[in-house]
Design a protein around this ligand. Structure first.
Ligand code: RAM
Length: 927
């Protein structure tokens, strides 16, 4: 055989191989199915649940052209039990597609699958996914509310336990437990915990909205005798919260209903009633702020097993609390996320024994121990050590944050609290005799179990630490509601904090359901006159409402949810609340000038101690209020446009003009100077377009000069901080924004890092360079608000943005706008920073799939790797004017088919591209 033959053979083999490779790699699949933004949820009460599917394909430039959905009542016999088929729907919509079939039934499971047509061919049917409906009608509730049958003591109360034995005679095909409580519950079945959620039923505006949870207990039930029951804790319902107790009522109660379906087609319901028994056990007291005491000597061993003798337990009493406020659980439950070992054991100068977990975290410490009966171990929790290295708890104010365990003396014992959590890095151990073994103490991290959607890393260690601190601040404060802090006697759903951090939060985790739920509590707690409370759920007074920048959460978050998640239903749901808030402001304004009410202002702005020449960055509170009046009105107009409410669009557009005119008249001199010359004043005026076009450039210049006058430092508080760098970037001061970010000295984002911070602090100088603390009355070391810079980092350094055009939001159209020209650090800062940024790598899981942007500067060129998910397109802005030096995958741009347009404008190259993975190389121009 000659070489020509071999060459031919080799070529044809290679060709065949590459065809089959291509055939394989070009497959179009449905990678993930979500319903109500969750995978296979149970206990849904939306009559028209929303379907989302993620398409995967290695094809570039893939767009969905049609879909087909099928819903069946059977998984096994899917095709013969179809209850609804969408038919072929010609559309590119692949997220939040509503179910439109016949009415769905309570407690019924449904199964569905999807296939799509695309411009590159069709996908096969997806796998089958399931969901289960909740109890949809009041009359579905057969169980009765029960309360303890014994007299509860005054003061500290042991946790009630309720139990009941039930008999299962037939073969079970499915069993679901629906459970809720006044207070917190932990349910058990046959000696095992039901589910792995913590602090259920979660925190809502209980009197109007009380969630129940649904659990699949099919595998836990057995034929014969079964024991079900639950332990209760006071929790938010009647425990101390928001500086008082019994905010919702002084009794706690349980409601539990088990629905069992048998293989013969019959079904049976078991529910709480007066035949249930009630008693108490090991949990002697529990409080969110103060902690829990567990006396293992008093444990009712085996209380949820059939062998337990409950003769001496009184029957529970029933209570008539009704079912009208019951709702299904929409957000992800709190779950254990990870565990951390103690990194060292310290003996402080005062002689205290303290464990350091190396990370300020939220959860609790689990203890494994053997010891004598009656030995009492107390664990106290603190975020920081003081200047001398002693355990510091003054900043916790009245919260004890301590768990006490009393040993039964029966061999190896394991302790962890049930109805409380602590915010801590350090744990002081009291009462432990003999040597302390750090390995017996494990920190357990708890938070709402949302998908982690974002990662952000760079070549700069300090920025990576900042991102780490932002994410840990989010973990620690996203426990069913977004709280200000997780440790002191507060832990409330402060609205201002939530709105400033929202966008950053949405990069790091999928907070769609978490905030949808919370926004409905906001609407429930909004006053009749439209005022929005300072905290949600509102456990403060009726008068604690209506502060600018706090109450505006009511317009800001729904709109941002629409931008980031394509969530239009939240706009529909929240519209009356949004409108009521804007109307409230208008009703409290004079000639459209909002100059009434009490406001927090630019909370915790820069204030030097010895302020003789007026360096404090004070901003007039009504100037701020007027800016938010305009902003909320603008967002209401945007929303009215999306929802097609033309009359509102017209009316509020007129109102907005008047608001801005009133602003100019009251707060801006004819030459464009503002009555407050702070950074926050200029930032808000520019961010919310309060100034006419011709005054904007000079306002941005004043802002820049102000920053320079503080030697390249920020001076903003809660309200100015989130927009500061965005405004600088928008007005061509990208490098100044970057300088602020890299600034290592106070006030700055990186200063706390130089002090060893592992979370975001409430104050820019929570701990001073000499180790002393800010005033203990308000000095949390885990407060996410200033972490709002995360949004700027993802959007401007990595450059990942969604289009804000209606119809293209939620990353349907992506905007990639990275920045790597950061060489203009002021010399002073440069000396301290000593490091430019060479690499940024970020990823975001969207409802369409992964968006990724990774750039690296090396050898006079920048490599930019992008991932754009199927069924989306992207506009890419490259910060370079040298179009001719750019290649993609080694080819000139115009040769790349999936690059649809190439334009050059304002010193940038702009590319419109289809889905797929790209590698751009941008070489520096040789001068
Ligand atoms: C503090 C809270 C919160 C802030 C309010 C005004 O007590 O911690 O961060 O929003 O005050």
């Amino acid at each position: 055989m000659n070489t020509a033959f071999f060459r031919l053979l080799f070529c044809s083999l290679f060709f065949a191989f590459s065809i089959s490779l291509q055939g394989f790699s070009q497959k179009i699949k449905i990678e993930k199915l979500l319903i109500e933004n969750r995978e296979q949820p149970i206990g849904i009460d939306n009559a028209q649940p929303l379907f989302t599917w993620i398409i995967s394909s290695e094809n570039r430039d893939l767009r969905q052209t049609s879909y087909e959905l099928q819903v069946s009542s059977s998984e096994k016999h899917f095709s013969s039990n179809i209850i609804w088929e969408s038919g072929k729907v010609n559309t590119d919509q692949s997220i939040k597609v509503p179910y439109q079939g016949p009415e769905l039934s309570s407690n019924q499971s449904y199964y569905y699958r999807v296939k799509v047509g695309t411009n590159k061919g069709n996908s096969p049917w997806s796998g089958i996914a399931a969901w289960q409906m909740g109890l949809l009608k009041e009359s579905d509730w057969k169980a009765e509310w029960i309360i303890p049958g014994y007299e509860e003591p005054d003061g500290l109360k042991p946790s009630p336990i309720f139990r009941k034995e039930i008999q299962i005679e037939k073969q079970v095909t499915s069993a679901t437990a629906f459970i809720t409580a006044h207070g917190l519950y932990e349910a058990q079945l046959n000696g095992q915990r039901i589910g792995d959620a913590y602090f259920t039923p979660g925190w809502t505006s209980y009197n109007k909205r009380l969630q129940y949870q649904a659990y699949d207990i099919t595998d836990q039930l057995k034929t014969g005798k079964n024991t079900i029951g639950a332990i209760l804790g006071s929790g938010w319902y009647r425990g101390e919260i928001g500086w008082g107790v019994n905010k919702y009522g002084n009794g706690i109660a349980l409601l539990m209903q088990i629905e069992v379906k048998y293989s013969d087609g019959s079904s049976q319901t078991f529910g709480t009633d007066s035949s249930w028994k009630s008693g108490t056990g090991a949990i002697q007291s529990s409080s969110i702020y103060d902690g829990e005491t567990i006396d293992a000597r008093k444990a009712q061993k085996g209380w949820s097993t059939a062998d337990f003798d409950d003769q001496s337990w009184p029957n529970a009493k029933t209570a008539d609390f009704g079912y009208t406020n019951l709702i299904a659980t929409y957000n992800e439950p709190i779950r254990k996320q990870e565990t951390l070992p103690a990194v060292k054991l310290i003996t402080t100068p005062k002689g205290e024994k303290v464990l350091d977990f190396g990370q300020n975290l939220v959860g609790f410490v689990a203890l494994d121990i053997t010891g004598e009966k009656g030995s009492k171990i107390t664990l106290q929790h603190a975020e920081v050590l003081d200047k001398e290295g002693n355990f510091y708890t003054t900043n916790l104010r009245a919260a004890d944050q301590e768990n006490t365990y009393i040993l039964s003396g029966e061999g190896q014992e394991h302790f962890e609290p049930h109805f409380t959590w602590q915010g801590f890095r350090f744990v002081k151990i009291i009462g432990m005799e003999g040597e302390i073994h750090p390995e017996n103490f494990t920190a357990v991290v708890l938070n709402s179990d949302m998908a982690k959607t974002g990662t952000f890393t760079t070549s700069n260690d300090n920025l990576n630490k900042l991102q780490h601190n932002i994410q840990w601040g989010q973990k620690g404060n996203f426990l069913d509601v977004p709280t200000d802090c997780p440790q002191r006697d507060e832990r409330l759903g402060w609205t201002g904090d939530a709105q400033v951090f929202f966008r950053t939060a949405a990069y790091n985790m999928r907070v769609d359901n978490f905030f949808s739920k919370w926004m409905q509590d906001l609407a429930a707690d909004q006053r009749a006159d439209g005022a929005v409370p300072h905290v949600i759920p509102n456990v403060l007074g009726e008068h604690d409402a209506g502060s600018a920048g706090w109450a505006d959460v009511s317009t800001i978050i729904p709109w941002q949810m629409y931008l980031l998640y394509g969530n239009q239903s939240i706009l529909e749901k929240q519209y009356p609340s949004m409108k009521a808030w804007v109307d409230y402001i208008q009703n409290n304004s004079h000639h459209q000038l909002w100059n009434t009410g009490a406001h927090f202002g630019d909370w915790l702005f820069y204030r030097p101690d010895d302020d003789n020449d007026g360096r404090s960055a004070l901003t007039d509170k009504h100037l701020i209020a007027q800016c938010f009046f305009a902003h909320s009105t603008q967002l209401l107009i945007n929303t009215a446009k999306v929802l097609g409410k033309q009359e509102d669009v017209q009316n509020y557009t007129q109102l907005l003009e008047q608001i801005k005119a009133a602003f100019l008249q009251e707060f801006v001199t004819p030459n464009g100077r503002m009555v407050s010359s702070s950074q926050t004043a200029y930032v808000l005026a520019l961010q919310f377009d309060m100034l006419p076009e011709d005054l904007r450039t000079q306002a941005a210049q004043r802002l820049a000069n102000n920053i320079k006058s503080y030697d390249y430092h920020l001076t903003t508080g809660f309200l100015g901080t989130p927009y500061l760098c965005h405004v600088l970037s928008r007005f061509g001061q990208q490098d100044l924004a970057f300088t602020l970010l890299m600034q290592p000295t106070y006030p700055s984002w990186l200063y706390p890092i130089s002090q060893g911070a592992t979370t975001i602090w409430e104050r820019w100088d929570g701990q001073k360079p000499d180790g002393s603390f800010q005033t203990p009355g308000m000095n949390s070391f885990n407060h996410y608000a200033y972490g709002a810079i995360g949004d700027w980092m993802y959007r401007n350094l990595a450059g990942i943005n969604s289009s804000e055009t209606p119809g293209e939001t939620g990353y349907k159209s992506i905007i990639i706008r990275p920045h790597w020209n950061n060489q203009l650090l002021s010399d002073k800062v440069k000396e301290k920073v000593q490091q430019d940024l060479d690499e940024v790598n970020a990823q975001l899981q969207t409802y369409y799939g992964t968006v990724a942007s990774h750039w690296k500067k090396e050898n006079h060129q920048v490599t930019l790797n992008l991932t754009i998910p199927a069924n989306t397109t992207a506009m890419v802005y490259l910060p370079t004017d040298s179009l001719e030096t750019i290649t993609e995958g080694g080819a000139a741009l115009e040769k790349v088919k999936s690059i649809h347009t190439i334009t050059q404008e304002n010193g940038q190259v702009k590319l419109e591209i289809g889905s797929g993975n790209y590698t751009f190389i941008i070489a520096e121009k040789q001068n």
